[in-house]
Ligand binder design. Structure first.
Ligand code: ZN
Length: 261
């Protein structure tokens, strides 16, 4: 079974900025998807902010195994209802890979529950990514460390919850460090945050980066059937309790009541 993968791009600088267009003539999301499609086990398509419901309808998400998210300039234009829908898809088992400036995407903020802030600098400096989790499936086929000659700097402290695993730590030419590859589990969904990918640099053409993303899609994919009703909060009345139970004391709720939200 191929992994049905959608690369979501906000598609703003891809359309407006000549530098970005020169580096990514096929758009960022188009380039990332093409890299993933080199893997016979992955079938990657794209969706963009400008499509109805940002290309992420209930039906599309239901048939998406792994979603990649690239956003930067237009996080605020993402509809709250779509962000909530994507988060719910993750809770139900869809994999999510959040790229670079997606740390401030509504979807990521919602799933992390923290500020997700960091320090940054756009100086075209060298980034060296060190593997901190050898033998992790996401680093299969990679050397112990690899470099990107030009990248934007992101520095610690990174305002995210403590991750499940730290897969990469980056060092930057200017001296800062950053936890640049982090895994999380939210509900039934696997999440990977991967730092590199500033749009004026050729990061997504880099062979090591392409390997990371292919590996990450395989890692994030949850082959189990998608869970349903992941936000349900059903009442279990006393007469349905697993053991015999006598109702005692005062009660706030009436029988059959839906409960507060
Ligand atoms: Zn950037």
């Amino acid at each position: 079974m191929v992994i049905r993968t959608v690369v979501w791009g906000e598609n703003v600088h891809d359309q407006e900025n000549p530098v970005v267009q020169q580096v990514y003539p096929d758009t960022l999301h188009g380039t990332i998807a093409a890299g993933l499609n080199e893997d016979a086990g992955i079938e990657a398509t794209t969706a963009t902010l400008q499509e109805p419901e940002h290309g992420l309808t209930e039906a599309r998400l239901a048939e998406t195994d792994v979603l990649l998210w690239w956003g930067h300039a237009a996080h605020g234009d993402v509809d709250d209802a779509v962000a909530a829908r994507v988060a719910e898809a993750v809770w139900s088992g869809m994999g999510l890979i959040v790229l670079h400036s997606g740390h401030f995407a509504k979807v990521f903020l919602r799933l992390m529950g923290t500020a997700c802030n960091l320090t940054w600098r756009e100086a075209g400096e060298r980034e060296r990514l060190w593997i901190t989790s050898p033998n992790h499936p996401i680093v299969a086929g990679l050397p112990n460390a690899f470099e990107l000659e030009q990248e934007e700097m992101y520095g610690e402290p990174f305002g995210v919850p403590e991750p499940l695993e730290t897969v990469f730590v980056s060092w930057f030419q200017g001296g800062e460090v950053f936890r640049s590859g982090l895994t999380y589990r939210r509900g039934a969904g696997n999440i990977f945050y991967f730092r590199p990918g500033h749009e004026t640099y050729p990061t997504y053409h880099d062979a090591n980066v392409k390997t990371v993303l292919k590996n990450a899609v395989h890692w994030a994919n949850n082959p189990q059937a998608r869970r349903t009703g992941v936000t349900d909060a059903p009442n279990v009345p006393a007469d349905k309790a697993p053991e015999p139970l006598e109702v005692r004391g005062p009660r706030l709720h009436k029988d059959g009541e839906a409960g507060y939200r």
